[in-house]
Design a protein around this ligand. Structure first.
Ligand code: NDP
Length: 244
């Protein structure tokens, strides 16, 4: 990989128990960084951290629970001296037509995808500010650029991430770089949680043909972080080559 780093940094990755978060933890670990895996499924992150060995720790945490994120940040400070990199990746996608009134799904997506990222950034910001050089990577989506019938509230959370991210970028430069990553369809567990009947079938069909892997996205994230400090990659929109 072209992302080998000379200086190991502490990278905190939310949603590291599967998909893009897990792949990013593996890629950053391979690049020489110290990785902190956060997610609710403790068994999964513990297994991954054990497999990675040195320079990997797992901290069970829920991004919708400020106390659990605060406890995770306290551990990162005490055990590793603080975070240099925060990857706001945790997310859920519960699709369906707006007329289906999936109110609990809307609330959950806003709390995890949008408020979860905001809370985690707020809690880790003092550590990122104290770092010599900080990075925040926010995982948005093509849905943060182009909304479609049936993904309205998911898209709203990602449009929210895009707007917040740009504001944060301007406020925190130059010491902390803020990067927005907007993937198209990536082969992960993300579509499996949608429950709306017709939508579930359509989304499973779409994802069954997915060609882009979580490793593809992780490699782009590792490349972004490895750029010299005078260069900030602000935004990357990336789709499978055959996605319309
Ligand atoms: P996965 O379902 O594989 O991963 C989602 C991760 O989010 C899991 O590790 C899950 O861990 C974590 N998560 C969910 N809720 C919480 C919570 N309350 N607290 C902490 N962690 C949580 O899907 P992806 O890897 O695809 O998704 C990662 C990100 O990429 C999401 O933000 C998604 O919107 C975005 N994305 C994905 C695309 C795709 O096509 N796959 C396309 C564009 C963007 P756990 O359940 O253990 O807590």
């Amino acid at each position: 990989m072209t992302t080998e780093t000379a200086t190991p940094r502490v990278a905190v990755i939310t949603g590291a128990s599967s998909g893009i978060g897990e792949a990013t933890a593996r890629a950053l670990h391979a690049a020489g960084h110290i990785v902190v895996l956060l997610a609710r499924r403790a068994d999964r992150i513990n297994t991954i951290a054990t497999e990675l060995g040195d320079r990997a720790i797992a901290i069970p945490a829920d991004v919708t629970d400020r106390d659990s994120i605060t406890a995770a940040a306290e551990r990162v400070l005490a055990e590793l001296g603080g975070a240099d990199i925060l990857i706001n990746n945790a997310g859920i996608m519960l699709l369906g037509p707006f007329s289906a009134e999936q109110r609990d799904d809307y609330r959950q997506m806003i709390e995890v995808n949008l408020m979860g990222a905001i809370t985690t950034a707020e809690v880790f910001l003092p550590q990122l500010r104290a770092a010599d050089a900080g990075d925040i990577i926010n995982i948005s989506s093509v849905a943060g650029r182009t909304a479609r019938a049936g993904n309205g509230v998911y898209a709203a959370t990602k449009w929210g991430i895009n707007g917040w991210s740009e504001s944060l970028r301007q406020e925190l430069l130059p010491q902390i770089r803020v990067t927005l990553i907007e993937p198209g369809v990536v082969d992960t567990e993300l579509p499996h949680h949608t429950t709306h009947g017709q939508t579930k079938t359509a989304i499973n069909d779409l994802y069954a043909k997915a060609t882009v892997t979580a490793d593809d996205i992780a490699e782009v994230i590792a490349f972004t972080l490895a750029r010299p400090r005078h260069l900030a990659i602000n935004e990357i929109l990336l789709r499978p080559a055959d996605q319309a």
